[in-house]
Design a protein around this ligand. Sequence first.
Ligand SMILES: NC(=O)c1ccc[n+]([C@@H]2O[C@H](COP(=O)([O-])OP(=O)(O)OC[C@H]3O[C@@H](n4cnc5c(N)ncnc54)[C@H](OP(=O)(O)O)[C@@H]3O)[C@@H](O)[C@H]2O)c1
Length: 233
Amino acid sequence: MSLDGRVAVVTGGTRGIGRTIAAAFAARGAKVVAAARSAEPPDERVDVTDPGSVRDLFDRVEARFGRVDIVVANAGVSRPGPVAGQAPEAFADVLATNVAGTFHTMQAAVPALRRAGGGRILTLSSALATRATPGAAAYSASKAAIEALTRTAAVELAPHGITVNCLSPGIIAEGMGEQLIGNAAVWARYGPRLAAGRPGTGEEVAAVAVFLAGAGAGYVNGSVVDVHGGLDW
Ligand SMILES: NC(=O)c1ccc[n+]([C@@H]2O[C@H](COP(=O)([O-])OP(=O)(O)OC[C@H]3O[C@@H](n4cnc5c(N)ncnc54)[C@H](OP(=O)(O)O)[C@@H]3O)[C@@H](O)[C@H]2O)c1
C-alpha cells in the first residue's frame, strides 16, 4: 500500500502511537510532518488547543511541501479522576486537547486538502468511548465526542473528496497504554477481556491507519474502526 508522493501531517507524532503511524507512512513513501508541542524541528511544533497554532502549522507544511494529502488528528491526553472529585480544569484540559484539538486540526486542514484535490482525515478514539471505566469520565466523553465529530465531518466533506474516519484502539503497548499495562490492578481487570490474549502494538494500529490513508480506502467514510484484538467488555 504505497503512499508515495503523499504529504501527511500527524499531530502528536513525536511519541507513542502517533510516532509509529508517522514512521509507517514514511516507510510507504509519504513525506511526514510529526507535529507536537515539543516537536523538533521547531517548524513542526503545534499546540492543538490553539486554533491559530494549528492554522500556522498547515500554512508552513503547505509552503514547504506544496500540498497536504493526509491528516491524522492523533494528539490526545488523559487526566484520570472521579466525576465527584476531578478538578474542573483537568476535565476542561482533556476536552480542549482531544475534542477541540481534533476540531481545530480538521478545520485548519480542509483548505489545504481541498487545494490538493481531496484527501484523508483520520481521528483517534478509544475503546473507552463506549465503555464505562471508573476514573475515565473526561477521557471517555472526549472520545465519544470525537466519534460524533468524525461522522459529521465525513458527510460534510465527502463532496470535496475528503474522507474522515476514526481509529479506535483498545489497550496498546505504546504511549498512554503502557501505563495501563504496567498497573497490576488495571491489567488484572482488563487483561482477561482481551480475546487476543495480549495488548496491541503501535504497528498494528499504524497498519490500519495506512489502509485508511491509502487509495484502497476510498469508499470507507465516517467509519469508526476498532483495533482492540477482540475486546470482550
Ligand atoms: N496508547 C493507547 O493504548 C491508546 C488507546 C486508545 C486510544 N489512544 C489514543 O491514541 C492517541 C495517541 O495516544 P498515545 O498513547 O500515543 O499518547 P502519548 O504517547 O501520550 O502521545 C501523545 C502525543 O500527543 C502530543 N500532544 C499532547 N497534547 C498536545 C497538544 N496540546 N498539542 C499538540 N500535541 C499534543 C504529545 O506531544 P507533546 O506533549 O510534546 O505535545 C505526544 O506526541 C491519543 O489520541 C489517545 O487517546 C491511545
